[in-house]
Ligand binder design. Sequence first.
Ligand code: 1GP
Length: 246
Amino acid sequence: MNDKKLYSGLVEAKRLGEKKLAVLFDPDKLRLQKMEQALDLAADCGVDYFFIGGSLVVNNMLDALLSKIKERCAIPMILFPGNSFQLSYRADGLLFLSLISGRNPELLIGQHVISAPFLKMSPLEIISTGYMLIDGGVQTSVQYMSNTYPIPAHKDDIAVCTALAGEMLGLKLIYLDAGSGAKNPVPESMIEAVGGAVSVPLIVGGGIRTPEKVAANLRAGADLVVVGNAIEKDPGLIREMMNAVR
Ligand code: 1GP
């Protein structure tokens, strides 16, 4: 899928004011029965994307997971990799994440250099993404693993300047993430401020547990909301969340 369909779909949806939901699967946390239930519901309700990845993937299930999803539905699968080991040609696209909220050169450019030749040969659609960690009230795996400080949740101005710089550097998406399992999701004031400042599509995730919160984030200016943990615990939420999106 190297024809840039995923990104152009996001840009077009933003232009039309259509909102999107992605369900995040962490290959380490899969329980097969819930997974099958989640896949069927996602297909039935028209979930827009699956994001696949985690800060630390310790099992070897990535390819198996991607094949399983493909067998069961046609929802695009986008890799959301915590490191350069989490790559697979079986997905449709990849968020090429540069952790612009942090000052760890490995995650700004180092891992990218290592994975670039593999990605150049791959059929994946590569979407450069300015990834910004926002303090979610607890230390999350991604904070620890990335060895970076998140942006304080009340510092909308830092978030805006960081996102603007990312956009000016040519990154095609901005992703505000409070981290998987965050106690506090990204504040709506920050989503509004960043959404008003950049023109590329805005993704928001981390600690979103209810359909009301999904709707509030979309109203604040998110174009795409990502939900992982809450749906992993209760796949039934997919339907209510999709209703909130539509
Ligand atoms: C991906 O961090 C999100 O950006 C997912 O977070 O697992 O808390 O929904 P949750």
